[in-house]
Design a protein around this ligand. Structure first.
Ligand code: NDP
Length: 260
């Protein structure tokens, strides 16, 4: 027991005064992470390749939301992106590496070009952006970095070889970065979503009723997740409430990872 007053839940879960950068924030899970963080008080900057989508998203998010068109696979441009955000809106306190792509294809048919495209977007870009943001967080002795992983990193799921490899890389990266950065008070964690109803998931399941039924069948809660389920988990991991959590991967999957 300490003599210090216990802070209220409202204050420990609050992101008031924080600036969050969310890649791929114009749709799907990224949009809901931005919305939940914004509702928790953060100023949010969302990025993506499609200006129209970002514009519409930031209108819904309101005046504490901003957007910048950026392709994360253009690695040399990421430093300029971070410079631009920090000079306009202030220091980035929270980085959410959410932008990602999938490819549903039998492993033996995946070309080198396709494999590299998935790795470039889902892993190389994540490391490059994280390195740039983390260096500044280290200098400021504080920050929270969240990666969006996948249960494809843990389980053998058919026809997602490149995607699974990229997400398994994310899991290793999270633990290694946490080991490097924790003494500088920079926390690094992952969220491993189960099947979440987003444009990506709808494309992956399109016209594939057996795949959809199999996914539902192996989800103990018997339903798909919603993007907000990931959004609130991200708020928690970014907040003071998670101040002693680093190097973790949090499954948000309706029980999928129980493996029944
Ligand atoms: P969506 O396809 O709905 O959203 C992906 C977002 O990433 C889009 O806004 C897209 O915008 C952006 N994006 C894609 N490529 C790039 C790029 N090169 N540069 C910048 N932005 C990019 O997918 P989800 O919301 O479903 O997925 C979000 C994350 O969650 C991904 O990392 C995914 O792997 C992960 N995930 C999703 C699951 C699910 O069931 N939905 C399950 C497990 C993990 P634009 O095209 O305009 O660039």
């Amino acid at each position: 027991m300490t003599s210090e007053p216990t802070p209220s839940p409202r204050s420990v879960f609050s992101l008031e005064g924080k600036l969050a950068l969310i890649t791929g924030g114009g749709s799907g899970i990224g949009f809901d992470i931005a919305q939940c963080m914004s509702l928790a008080g953060a100023t949010v900057v969302i990025t993506g390749r499609t200006e129209e989508k970002l514009q519409q998203a930031s209108q819904v998010l309101g005046e504490k939301a901003h957007y910048l068109v950026n392709d994360v696979t253009d690695l040399p441009a990421l430093k300029a992106l971070v410079d631009d955000i920090e000079s306009t809106y202030g220091p980035i306190d929270i980085l959410v590496n959410n932008a990602g792509i999938n490819l549903k294809k039998a492993a033996l048919e995946v070309t080198d070009e396709e494999f590299n495209r998935i790795i470039q977007t889902n892993l190389n870009a994540v490391f490059a952006l994280t390195r740039t943001c983390a260096a500044r967080m280290v200098a400021r002795q504080g920050g929270s970095i969240i990666m969006i992983s996948s249960m494809a990193a843990y389980y053998g799921i058919d026809r997602v070889a490149a995607y699974a490899a990229s997400k398994a890389g994310i899991e290793g990266l999270v633990r290694a970065l946490a080991a490097d950065l924790s003494r500088h008070q920079v926390r690094v964690n992952a969220i491993a979503p189960g099947f979440i109803e987003t444009p990506m998931m709808k494309t992956a399941m399109a016209g594939d009723i057996p795949r959809r039924d199999k996914a539902l069948g192996r989800t103990p809660m018997g339903k798909f997740g919603q993007p907000k389920d990931i959004g609130w988990a991200a708020v928690f991991l970014a907040s003071e409430a998670a101040s002693y959590i680093t190097g973790a991967s949090l499954p948000v999957d309706g029980g999928n990872s129980i493996g029944f």
